[in-house]
Design a protein around this ligand. Structure first.
Ligand SMILES: O=C(O)/C=C/C(=O)CC(=O)CC(=O)O
Ligand SMILES: [Ca+2]
Ligand SMILES: [Mg+2]
Length: 440
């Protein structure tokens, strides 16, 4: 599993493109995340692109230059398609070859830089789409803090169920309603049980919430019946994006027993356009130790590499912007800051557990990490936790308050890695907003 740092990670590496060196920028030459894009408002074909500074390297245009050869050229051809499934299917050797070729072409002094510069499209002039054909989407539940906090709301007598520390819990989600950043959706309508009532009512959701998550795009799949072992699991992960699993808490509370979320979560899920590769994230690997007294994972979910470096220190932030803030020109206000390093189950454990029964994953499948709440309440990745079940409103600029989302609100997730001695690696933004409910 160990990913050795190589020349593509060197913090002193600089690009000939000045904006790649913008202090605090998400997309230095050490990052090189993938998306699918075209020029805004055009009828051009969508194709793969790689972020650098404020630009996108158009992979279809780069492929036409003939500057990239060998294994990297096959990966580039695959990345030039209208979705990234073919690139994802090629596997980590091909992904790393393409990363190295791009890094060498984009750095200061590179031969061919003038030609590569003709393949750039400004991010500000681009529109994005969901970067893969997502066959299946599974949402996990890997934050023990989220599981405990939300469990208190749904099951006050039994918040953390006894299976939690043994088995990575998940549910099969809905791929068709996954949209890319900028997604606008109507407030869902459905059945809820008002407090104290014995019969449900039908109407617009009144407890519309967010869930701060990371999305995990699968690369090479596994054959039906052939599980993926822990030490191979990360070889099947193409990269990570930001993911907001919008959740209708009142619909959820009524419908979820005994089979779990259904209409409360399948109306919209928003992901960021950029997929950050595990290669780019290598400097930010970290270990995870289970708290004293917790059971160790069963052998099939355990490995030395996973204990030592299976977690990632990815900083995460949730911003909320109301219509009044937008009118006043105010940026989204931060309502939560946390890190992915607090997750109880790792990427490798999710992949191995998902396949242990023989279930086959396919290139472009998406896993959700589950809501990434940290140990303290201000690190909670959902309003149901931040507001303690709607009892403690969040206060925003201009004195506005929110317990759950209102029509016109927008939510922006951000993620980045930063530390001394390594380049900052950013995820860009994942934004979505709420339109009024539509009735039947
Ligand atoms: O504990 C419950 O019954 C419900 C939990 C959730 O709604 C969270 C979910 O979708 C999984 C996650 O994001 O962690
Ligand atoms: Ca979720
Ligand atoms: Mg959802």
């Amino acid at each position: 599993m160990s990913t050795l740092l190589n020349e593509t990670h060197h913090p002193a590496l600089r690009s000939w493109l000045a904006s790649a060196q913008t202090p605090g920028g998400d997309f230095p030459i050490q990052n090189l995340p993938f998306a699918v894009f075209r020029r805004q408002g055009s009828d051009e074909a969508f194709r793969g692109g790689v972020a650098l500074g404020d630009q996108i390297v158009d992979l279809a245009a780069l492929a036409r230059t003939g500057l990239v050869t060998g294994e990297a050229a096959a990966a580039l051809q695959a990345g030039a398609q209208d979705r990234l499934n073919a690139l994802m299917a090629l596997g980590p050797t091909a992904w790393s070859a393409l990363r190295l070729a791009l890094s060498r072409l984009l750095r200061e002094g590179a031969a061919g830089a003038d030609t590569v510069a003709t393949c750039l499209v400004p991010q500000a002039q681009a529109e994005f789409t969901v970067p893969a054909r997502i066959g299946d989407y599974t949402d996990f539940y890997t934050s023990v803090h989220h599981a405990t906090n939300i469990g208190k709301q749904f099951r006050p007598d039994n918040p953390l169920l006894p299976n939690y520390k043994w088995v990575p819990i998940g549910y099969h989600g809905r791929a068709s309603s996954i949209g890319v950043s900028g997604q606008r959706f109507h407030r869902p309508v459905g059945q809820t049980l008002p407090p104290g009532a014995t019969e449900p009512v039908f109407g617009p959701c009144r407890r519309l919430d967010i869930e701060l998550e990371l999305g995990v795009f699968l690369g090479q799949g596994n054959e039906l019946g052939e599980p993926i072992a822990m030490d191979d699991a990360e070889q099947h992960v193409f990269g990570l994006c930001l993911l907001n699993d919008w959740s209708a808490r009142d619909i959820q509370a009524w419908e979820y027993q005994p089979l779990g979320p259904f209409l409360s979560k399948n109306f919209a899920t928003t992901i960021s356009p950029w997929i950050v590769t595990l290669d780019a994230l290598a400097p930010y690997r970290t270990g995870f130790e289970r708290p004293a007294g917790d059971p160790q994972p069963l052998a099939y979910l355990d490995s030395a590499a996973n204990r030592q470096e299976g977690a990632f220190d990815i900083q995460l932030d949730v911003g909320l912007q109301t219509p009044a803030m937008r009118s006043a020109g105010l940026a989204p206000a931060s309502i939560c800051r946390t890190s992915y390093r607090h997750a109880y189950w790792t990427l490798a454990q999710m992949v191995t557990h998902h396949t242990v029964n023989g279930c086959n994953l396919q290139p472009g499948d998406l896993l959700g990490s589950g809501t990434l709440s940290g140990p303290t309440l201000d690190q909670a990745g959902a309003l149901i936790e931040l507001t303690q079940g709607g009892k403690q409103p969040v206060t925003l600029p201009q004195g506005e308050q929110r317990v759950y989302l209102e029509d016109g609100d927008s939510v922006v997730l951000r993620g980045w890695c930063e530390k001394a001695g390594a380049a900052r690696i950013g995820f860009g933004a994942c934004e979505g907003s709420i339109l009024p409910a539509r009735t039947l």
